[in-house]
Design a protein around this ligand. Structure first.
Ligand SMILES: *[C@@H]1O[C@H](CO)[C@@H](O)[C@H](O)[C@H]1NC(C)=O
Ligand SMILES: *[C@@H]1O[C@H](CO)[C@@H](O)[C@H](O)[C@H]1NC(C)=O
Ligand SMILES: *[C@@H]1O[C@H](CO)[C@@H](O)[C@H](O)[C@H]1NC(C)=O
Length: 373
């Protein structure tokens, strides 16, 4: 046993010396090579087009030491972590037609900061083992064929800043553990089949972009969204209830950074919330195709039509497809076409003549539908 160890360590020594002699800069850590092999073996062979990064991978030579050569043409990036040893810090295998499942891969790449597998044909579940990627800052799995639920273990990636799971077939409820992604800045899970209610995301104090549109999410709009948010899209879900000041409570403050919010194509009801006209930076508001009723608040009309110092005017105010009634508020009557994108069609605004550009492009509701106004 002892002599075997001796032989092995002298072999290592010989390799190290050989490496120095032939001018090799650094060797890939053996565990990282194992994961590259797992990846190559895990992909459907039929999806490894000749000329693709992964089909060029040839493990008879060292990956990091031969990167961008003939054998390891692309697909990852290495960084020297200790003298002579490189670790893989980025894997970018997007838009290459790869297929297969990620479940057989250990994802034991503790230095990986970026994993981008978007726009391929990967299928099956998003594996728990991705939570081994503890230094991960960007995870891109968009535009694949992933099914199943979002694994709750994804919430244990403390450095994750960008999470892209959009345009897959993910089901079930968004896990509550997402609230543990304390570094998260961007969350995109639009165009899936998620249902259930939204989890509390109030701890995500760096989140500025949230897109959950084109799912089947139910329940009321959350009260505890972080005030760091700049853009929110929740369009085309099944959100119900009313937008009272208690919803979006953190966003209402004068510190709110919110510029754009899209809640169109849901089932929201009640009055249009006038507090939204007081958000200092909000310039795009879409509440189209819901069940809002009541009159258009004068504050909305003022924010669209009267540029005021210190508060952003509405550049886009889409209120069509609701049950709004009453007169067109005065400030709107003087709004010039092209000055703001305003839409009021398909409501119960019986005095909304085509002379106003925001009344064009569709009728108001028929008299029978006025019952719901
Ligand atoms: C990687 O993840 C799997 C599944 O979650 C786990 O069994 C394994 O112990 C992890 N490996 C490391 C090195 O953390
Ligand atoms: C959510 O979707 C799953 C799977 O598609 C289904 O089994 C479940 O009943 C749905 N839940 C709700 C609340 O609609
Ligand atoms: C709404 O979302 C569903 C589910 O993702 C999608 O199939 C549908 O095309 C979307 N509808 C619109 C009008 O965008």
């Amino acid at each position: 046993m002892g002599s075997l160890k001796l032989i092995l360590s002298s072999l290592v020594l010989v390799f190290v010396i050989a490496g120095v002699l032939i001018g090799a800069e650094s060797k890939t850590y053996w565990g990282d090579i194992e994961v590259l092999k797992e990846l190559k073996n895990g992909f459907d062979p039929g999806s490894l087009n000749p000329g693709s990064c992964v089909s060029s991978w040839d493990f008879t030579i060292d990956p990091c030491d031969n990167l961008f050569g003939e054998k390891f043409t692309c697909g990852f990036r290495c960084d020297l972590v200790v003298s002579g040893i490189s670790r893989i810090t980025e894997l970018g295998l997007d838009q290459a037609g790869y297929a297969g499942s990620l479940s057989s891969i250990s994802w034991n790449l503790p230095y990986l900061e970026t994993l981008d597998l978007s726009s391929n044909f990967f299928s099956g579940a998003i594996p728990d083992s991705l939570s081994n990627l503890t230094r991960l800052r960007r995870l891109g799995l968009s535009r694949n064929l992933f099914t199943g639920e979002i694994p709750s273990s994804i919430g244990s990636l403390p450095n994750l800043e960008e999470l892209y799971l959009d345009n897959n077939n993910l089901q079930g409820t968004m896990p509550a553990s997402l609230n543990g992604l304390v570094s998260l800045k961007r969350l995109e899970i639009q165009s899936n089949k998620l249902n259930g209610t939204l989890p509390d995301l109030g701890s995500l104090r760096n989140l500025y972009y949230l897109d959950i549109s084109d799912n089947a999410i139910v329940g009321e709009p959350p009260a505890t969204l972080p005030s760091s948010l700049i853009q929110i899209s929740m369009r085309n879900n099944s959100l119900g209830g009313t937008l009272i000041p208690e919803s979006f409570i953190n966003l209402m403050s004068l510190q709110s950074e919110l510029i754009a919010i899209d809640l169109s194509n849901n089932e929201l009801q009640g009055l249009l919330p006038s507090f939204m006209a007081l958000m200092p930076k909000l310039s795009a508001l879409s509440l189209e195709n819901n069940k809002f009723t009541g009159m258009i608040p004068t504050q909305y009309a003022l924010k669209a039509a009267v540029p005021d110092s210190g508060i952003s005017p509405f550049a886009r105010l889409l209120l069509g497809g609701n049950y709004l009634f009453g007169p067109i508020p005065d400030p709107l009557r003087f709004l010039k076409p092209g000055s703001a994108n305003v839409r009021l069609v398909d409501n119960c605004l019986y005095r909304c003549p085509d002379a106003f550009f925001f009344c064009q492009g569709g009728d108001q509701k028929s008299l029978t539908e006025y019952l719901f106004c």
